[in-house]
Design a protein around this ligand. Structure first.
Ligand SMILES: [Zn+2]
Length: 145
């Protein structure tokens, strides 16, 4: 039986794949502040104090605000997805509508030479790693062609 897709450990509720990949943010109905992922103590706006937050789909596109790459293998709980560590890129993306900055991996095959500040990227849901039973999925960013 092929591994079953599921959000990677800790990423439950962070994204959806239906009808298309989207991050699930949380909007405060009192002041409109949007946060991702869900803040544990309610609205993160210090002037608000509301503990009510409503799930809301976030922009699927944004622009690169900062970027780097992970040349060294991260420590556990990171799981090497293949036989050996392959460097991957990490971007901080300013979401198109919300202007919230979201960190994430870049899809495989992209190096820092293929990234630039202000470059447009879109959200995808991709494999983080696979074990015998589960394809552990996470959101990643892909440069818009
Ligand atoms: Zn608020």
């Amino acid at each position: 039986m092929p591994p079953t897709p599921a959000p990677a450990l800790g990423a439950d509720g962070w994204f959806t794949t239906d009808p298309e990949p989207a991050l699930v943010g949380h909007r405060c109905p009192a002041c409109g502040t949007v946060a991702f992922p869900r803040p544990p103590l309610g609205c993160p706006n210090p002037a608000c104090g509301s503990d009510e937050l409503e799930p809301t789909p976030l922009s699927r596109r944004g622009r690169i605000w900062s970027y780097t790459d992970a040349r060294y293998q991260p420590p556990p709980p990171y799981v090497v997805p293949g036989a050996e560590h392959v460097p991957f890129c990490i971007v901080a993306v300013e979401l198109e509508a919300e202007k919230v900055i979201v960190l994430g991996q870049v899809v495989a095959g992209v190096t820092v030479d293929g990234l630039a500040l202000g470059q447009e990227v879109e959200l995808v849901v991709d494999t983080l790693f696979t074990d015998d039973e589960t394809e552990h999925q996470i959101y990643k960013w892909r440069p818009v062609a």
